[in-house]
Design a protein around this ligand. Structure first.
Ligand code: AMP
Length: 191
């Protein structure tokens, strides 16, 4: 099963990604988590990525694509994967198409979580207090939303045109949202 979970910052992608991945027995691959791990270890990638992340901007495509390519080459991703936070640009969509084609498989479904924009800012500011993420300040949160609207929202139409899109209401209790995602994916046959 090869899945993408999309949604604006604060839509609850991370939480849902782990649940969905567990259900399908595939790894949840979060580009944000991999970047953060690199930042905290002080790797070369982390030093480069950290500057963009703290400003609420996207890390350049070449760095991001290479990182995802290496990750999905790992053994645990052979049966499939759930991508959380990738692709986020049209160039990443193309790159991912190439990566999947190379393995002889295809993308099975794209889930997009829809959440009210004001609720999103509130959720992110709350997360800033509990998790202390350096990119959860109000200015950066708003910038991340702008970048999502400019660069990532266009991907929704791309995947809708391919017949892969499942829009899921991301508002409400976490368990409810998980149920909605499972229901949306219940008729998907893995390639
Ligand atoms: P996330 O945890 O998914 O919200 O990602 C945190 C930050 O990591 C984003 O604001 C970006 O700076 C960076 N990032 C994560 N995924 C990508 C991606 N696919 N393309 C570019 N930057 C990314």
């Amino acid at each position: 099963m090869r899945l993408i979970l999309m949604g604006p910052p604060g839509a609850g992608k991370g939480t849902q990604a782990s649940r969905v991945a567990e259900q399908f027995g595939i790894p949840a691959i979060s580009t944000g988590d991999i970047f953060r791990e690199n930042v905290s270890k002080g790797t070369e990638l982390g030093v480069k990525a950290g500057e963009y992340m703290d400003a609420g901007e996207y890390v350049p495509d070449d760095l991001t694509n290479l990182m995802v390519r290496n990750r999905i080459d790992e053994d645990d991703a052979t049966p499939g994967f759930l991508l959380d936070g990738y692709p986020r640009t049209l160039a990443q969509v193309e790159e991912l198409d190439g990566m999947i084609k190379f393995t002889g498989h295809q993308l099975d479904a794209v889930v997009v979580l829809t959440v009210d924009p004001e609720e999103l800012v509130q959720r992110l500011l709350q997360r800033a207090e509990t998790d202390g993420r350096s990119d959860d300040t109000e200015d950066v949160v708003r910038r991340r939303q702008e970048v999502y609207a400019e660069q990532t929202e266009p991907l929704i139409d791309v995947y809708r045109d391919r017949g892969l899109l499942h829009e899921v209401d991301g508002m409400g209790e976490v368990d409810e949202v998980t149920k909605r995602i499972f229901a949306a994916l219940s008729d998907v046959d893995p390639s």
